[in-house]
Design a protein around this ligand. Structure first.
Ligand code: FE2
Ligand code: FE2
Ligand code: FE2
Length: 173
């Protein structure tokens, strides 16, 4: 089997689903475990989301028909909702509280919703829009990018932005 970006992204969705199942299973006493699981979730999610936004989604939009463009707009807005609202609110809650548990549950629900739609719509369309050689090339490019210093910078920047938004939420809530 040649490598395929869609398979890689799908596997990463599954890994995220497992991490969310784990974190949803914790109690308010597991403050440290929750913090570690949140770290792992973000370590898996951020490179995935940033690469989709920077490379995969634009390449998809270039070839998509009207239905594809609608799916693309939906996916982009879901990324923004998670990044701008959900993640900062998760970070604004102390990990030993029911607020954290409720917010992290919504975080997981949105990721699952979004991943399901990517799998059933966007990836399905992408299988027809790109050749297997192109899907393999994307996969190689993604792996290289994940290991690059550019990726580390982007991830660090994202984490910083979440902290700033979270601090503002704490002030106003
Ligand atoms: Fe996505
Ligand atoms: Fe959706
Ligand atoms: Fe995805």
């Amino acid at each position: 089997m040649p490598r395929n970006i869609l398979k890689t992204l799908q596997n990463e969705h599954d890994a995220l689903r497992e991490l969310f199942a784990e974190i949803n299973d914790t109690t308010d006493r597991a403050a440290k475990g929750r913090a570690q699981l949140l770290e792992s979730i973000e370590a898996n999610l951020l490179p995935h989301a940033k690469w989709e936004e920077a490379v995969f989604y634009p390449a998809f939009a270039e070839r998509a028909n009207r239905d594809g463009l609608k799916a693309h707009a939906e996916a982009v807005l879901e990324h923004h909702a998670v990044e701008d609202v959900v993640m900062p609110e998760v970070h604004a809650a102390a990990t030993n509280t029911p607020e954290f548990a409720g917010r992290v549950k919504v975080f997981g629900e949105l990721i699952d919703h979004h991943a399901k739609e990517e799998e059933s719509t966007l990836f399905k369309m992408a299988r027809k829009l790109f050749t297997s050689e192109e899907l393999a090339a994307f996969d190689e490019q993604y792996e290289e990018w994940k290991n690059s210093s550019a990726a580390s910078l982007v991830i660090a920047g994202e984490k910083g932005k979440t902290q700033v938004k979270s601090a503002i939420k704490s002030l106003t809530s």
